[in-house]
Design a protein around this ligand. Structure first.
Ligand code: COA
Length: 181
């Protein structure tokens, strides 16, 4: 796999490597980032290292995965985003994004998600991009809407969190949607 960078006006998406471990640990151990997720925050840097290695291998095998996201003006790490799964038979992919709390509500997730959609459809020639978002995750649902995704259905009790089942919004955008924006 060729190392790649994806640029937006304010952001740069790069490839994770082993030197990213401190940033990666900060994100993966932050409880508030994972409130609306099945991911359990890591408890140790060793756990984070193990996850990071898996992430690097997944990208090397072209299976998709998260990539580290930086501000272009000062190279500050703000979180991660990426095409996280790929189904070439159906020609669709799934995107995701997770930001450190100090960078929320500045339009960063919308900026990178919109760019990932354009990249997936125009450059990688996917027909469809999708994302699964817990219905209670209002900020992420808003990101989807701002990027032009349609909520195509509610997956009832799709997510299990301790003894609670939570609904998930299934979002999709197809190539003709972006041509008409
Ligand atoms: C969800 C997340 C990625 C959003 O990132 P962000 O950079 O803050 O998103 P943006 O600034 O581009 O847009 C957020 C929008 O949600 C709105 N919003 C934020 N909190 C909200 C809330 N509690 N209820 C309703 N809307 C809310 C903001 O006002 C903004 O909309 P606006 O531009 O119309 O005002 C970020 O909060 C995050 O990383 N959360 C933890 C991880 C996560 O949930 N990842 C997504 C999993 S699907």
């Amino acid at each position: 796999m060729r190392a790649m960078e994806i640029l937006t006006e304010r952001l740069c998406l790069k490839e994770y490597d082993k030197s990213c471990i401190n940033d990666y640990y900060k994100l993966k151990s932050c409880p508030s980032v994972w409130t609306y997720s099945t991911f359990v925050p890591v408890q140790s840097i060793w756990e984070a290292e193990h996850l990071l290695n898996g992430q690097i291998v997944s990208r090397e095998q072209n299976k998709g995965g998260f990539m580290p996201l930086y501000k272009r003006d000062n190279d500050q790490y703000i979180g991660e985003a990426g095409i996280i799964s790929i189904n070439r038979n159906a020609n669709r992919c799934e995107i995701g994004y997770n930001l450190l709390p100090e960078f929320w509500n500045q339009g960063f997730a919308t900026e990178i998600a919109a760019k990932l959609v354009i990249h997936a459809i125009n450059d990688l020639k996917f027909e469809r991009v999708e994302a699964l978002v817990l219905s209670d995750n209002k900020a992420s649902c808003r990101v989807m809407e701002k990027c032009g995704f349609k909520c195509e259905g509610i997956l009832r009790h799709f997510n299990r969190h301790h003894d609670n089942y939570r609904n998930v919004n299934y979002y999709g955008i197809i190539s003709s949607d972006i041509k008409s924006i």
